[in-house]
Design a protein around this ligand. Sequence first.
Ligand SMILES: [Fe+2]
Ligand SMILES: [Fe+2]
Length: 289
Amino acid sequence: MFSESQFAAERTGGGKKLKVRAPKWTFEDLTPGQDVSVFAKTLFHALSLVFPDGERFFIRSVNAYKDQITDARLIADIKAFIGQEVQHGRVHEFYNEKIVGGKFEIQNYLKLHRWVNYSLIEPITNFLFSPKFSLSITAAAEHYTATWAHNALTDDRVRNIKSDSLRNLIYWHAIEEIEHKHVAFNVLREVDDNYFLRIGGLLFLAVSMPAWVGLGFVYLLAQEKEVDVLKVLKDLVADASSGNGLTRQFVNAFFSYFRPGFHPDDINDQELIREIASEVEQSIKASAA
Ligand SMILES: [Fe+2]
Ligand SMILES: [Fe+2]
């Protein structure tokens, strides 16, 4: 009952073999005070803080069902998805420790985030609803990270970042989020294609994600010296009211996910990836030299 198979067209996602890239950026070219506004910088840092533990959760939730998958293409995509998320976690953890942690206290926030979400809520929801609920949260979170990615690849604030390593960190993560956006979704559809299970994950995430990113944002902003709060609020309102702003895109992403039969491939952003991938790969190659 409430199976989505009756609505959904057959889609496998992407079409291309997923690639795991392993950058070695150390962010030496990032100097304080350059680049973007306090609002944009703090928002990116707040997102970056939740990425590594979030990505480990995504891996756990997909891993729990990988043995039930028989489609060879999806099995290969799961492997690459895990490889890509491992690399994202590693690089963001390095960035968080070195760049964000070099300026702000982050450990108390990270400990709280980890404990509440992954020591408390994850085992409780897995026990009450089955680990399918974690998989459903992951599928929704991957839809959100793909939305963030689409925004990042088209945002002039990212294009204007002077630091080659920071700009390419954002582009690299964004490209891979788009490349693997179908993986957790397709695993969930194979395991249980109940519409309400999928929407349950979305509703959970719609409360949890803004709450944790918002808390991280406030925690970091409170440590900024001589911050112009009015300017930050103005930038926040401008982002929320702009059609291309992240806030509006997240709201749109929330409603588009509600449609029965929705699939991440409904949004075609392959052209965006093609435009930026070679630039990112050059930067990755240079980082390893
Ligand atoms: Fe990621
Ligand atoms: Fe992802």
